[in-house]
Design a protein around this ligand. Structure first.
Ligand SMILES: [Fe+2]
Ligand SMILES: [Fe+2]
Length: 151
């Protein structure tokens, strides 16, 4: 999954990541792009300040994305809200811990730990819990029909 092409390092978007909701898919793409910026900054041996700023942006955007998902699930009265919330709290804490630990170590550790977090935690969350949420169908068929009529 991790691509390394010359100086390029990161995760390419794959068709199977698409969940069919434009808001969620756009945000997921953005998350991977931000993560790739961190990985590339590390791979290129960029100034540490650049790496931490990029990492901070990733952390911030991850929280924003999780908040948006939870708002959508709450608005639809989805029974999946609590499980999503539980996973989001864990993922956010892991990312923050990874960031804090990385600041004390070598840059190579940032790449390895962030890559492994993406592969083992964030992408599986997108593929499983987020897929189960069926964003496009939240609110039931009546709501979905109303949206289509309005569009
Ligand atoms: Fe998500
Ligand atoms: Fe989620």
């Amino acid at each position: 999954m991790l691509r390394e092409r010359g100086e390029m390092t990161g995760y390419e978007w794959k068709p199977e990541y698409e969940l069919g909701d434009v808001t969620i898919d756009t945000q997921h793409r953005q998350l991977l792009e931000l993560a790739n910026l961190v990985l590339e900054a590390c791979a290129r041996g960029r100034d540490e300040r650049v790496i931490w700023k990029t990492f901070s942006a990733l952390h911030h955007y991850t929280s924003t994305h999780f908040d948006d998902e939870e708002k959508m699930l709450a608005a639809a009265g989805s029974p999946l809200l609590e499980e999503q919330r539980r996973q989001h709290v864990a993922l956010t804490a892991e990312l923050k811990q990874l960031w804090t630990a990385s600041r004390l170590n070598l840059l190579q550790d940032v790449m390895e730990s962030l890559s492994s977090w993406l592969a083992s935690r964030l992408i599986p969350h997108m593929m499983q819990a987020d897929r189960e949420a069926r964003w496009g169908h939240l609110g039931g068929e009546a709501e979905a029909g109303k949206d289509r009529t309005a569009a």
